[in-house]
Design a protein around this ligand. Structure first.
Ligand code: 7PJ
Length: 276
């Protein structure tokens, strides 16, 4: 069980991805109509998503930035309408403090921030809200982060970044037990960096905080398998199992049912294993 304040989720669990953007790399434009988004959320909840992650700003390399108002207009109606049909917990993928506040007011239970609360006002917003938050590592900015990612020791550098962000959150007044960590696969990392992080995931469990992994359909899996985005479901499920066997608590995924089934198998083995 993953206990994050009043949000309790069986772990390992799937966080289903619901992009309400016209330009996300994998499903952009498919769910930007609120009714379609609502149906997709219900399908994901039915398929076993423990939480639904609603995102209104694409963070793929080179994606256009969106204004606060545009992001509010995309995200808030979707959060409100999901809230009316299911009580599945909702997280909102945003770096903007105004969106964080509005999302929680609309019924979101968690904030997922790829910028780890580095935007001006974001630490204060989360300290006021006291909701669970995912702090993700990213090197550089979405527009340019994949140009030439460089590390001396990627595992050590990501871990020390995450420790720094935990400390910043605690200094701002956020309860430490609301924090989830994420190495940020594909965010300013080469394919080799991503594999190295996955292989050493336990070292990223900084201060014993739970770890979220988002590898679903990402380009590292394309690099390994030579599959297109639409063909990466099996590779994504395999990566999810690897992550859980290396201690991940939450898996952010597009293919909820397949991932949820795979995690049940992994968890059954973990429970009988003496060496994990
Ligand atoms: C991630 C994310 C991730 C967290 C995206 C995509 C690109 N949030 N938001 N972790 N990726 N926490 O959906 O592939 O890896 S956007």
């Amino acid at each position: 069980m993953l206990r994050l304040g009043s949000l309790n989720i069986p772990a390992p669990a799937v966080m289903g991805i619901l992009n309400v953007t016209p330009d996300s790399f994998s499903d952009g434009g498919r769910f930007d109509n609120p009714n379609i988004a609502l149906r997709q959320a219900a399908t994901m909840a039915e398929a076993g998503a423990a939480i639904i992650d609603v995102g209104g700003e694409s963070t793929r390399p080179g994606a256009a930035k969106v204004s606060v108002q545009e992001e509010l207009d995309r995200v808030i109606p979707v959060v409100e309408s999901i809230r009316t049909v299911t009580d599945v917990p909702i997280s909102v993928d945003t770096s903007k403090p105004a969106v964080m506040r509005a999302a929680v007011a609309a019924g979101a239970s968690m904030i997922n921030d790829v910028a780890a609360l580095r935007a001006e006002g974001a630490l204060e917003a989360i300290a006021d809200l006291q909701v669970p938050v995912c702090l993700m590592h990213m090197q550089g900015e979405p527009g340019t982060m994949q140009d030439a990612p460089q590390y001396d020791d990627v595992v050590e550098e990501v871990a020390s970044f995450l420790l720094g962000r935990i400390n910043a959150c605690v200094a701002a007044g956020l309860a430490e037990d609301l924090i989830v960590l994420d190495p940020g696969f594909g965010f300013g990392k080469t394919h080799i960096h991503n594999v190295e992080l996955l292989a050493n995931l336990r070292q990223l469990r900084v201060r014993d905080r739970p770890v979220l992994v988002g590898v679903s359909r990402k380009s590292t899996l394309g690099e390994i398998t030579k599959r297109t985005i639409g063909e990466r479901m099996p590779a994504s499920v395999a990566a999810a199992v690897v992550a859980v066997m290396h201690g991940a608590d939450l898996i952010r995924a597009h293919d909820v049912q397949a991932t949820a089934d795979a995690l049940k198998v992994a968890q059954a083995v973990i429970e009988k294993s003496e060496h994990i």
